[in-house]
Design a protein around this ligand. Sequence first.
Ligand code: S3P
Length: 169
Amino acid sequence: MTNSQHLLLVGLPGAGKSTVAQLLGEALGMPVIDTDQVVEQIAGRSIAEVFSDSGEASFREFETQALRQSLAGTPAVISLGGGVLTQQINREILLGNRVVYLQVTPENAARRLGISHGRPLLQGSRDMVTKLQELHNQRHADYETAACLRVFTDGATAVEVTQDILDQL
Ligand code: S3P
């Protein structure tokens, strides 16, 4: 596989995107970018603050800016926020890019995230598995459509998932 192109990771919160992105970056000698962190830099606030001060729509605008900024840089492994494909503009921006879908069951995602996950969209959900199942139902088709490769992460370590991706790209 070639390092001259970005490698982007999509999937639900708790799919392991950030950890796997780090490992892929190390293996491929590529920089690693997390669009959630880029949003925080651009906004000058935490994601939780953007959601609570300005709402989700404003967060999504920052996210699109973060996506454009990340794609404009040198080839990198880019971990994308789980909701990035809910926006048509982002689906268009990502067309033609090398996207990998890390698929996780809502049960495992909830287990990985634990209680103090800090995700505004999941905050206050009495049943996190049900909320994640809802997000999965809303987003799965878009993740699949955008991706050139899908990797199942249930029961696999981040190292195994990384190797799986390296083997298949
Ligand atoms: C979101 C996922 C989060 C973050 C924000 C919204 C979502 O990123 O972008 O809280 O809509 O699913 P992770 O997928 O990295 O948790």
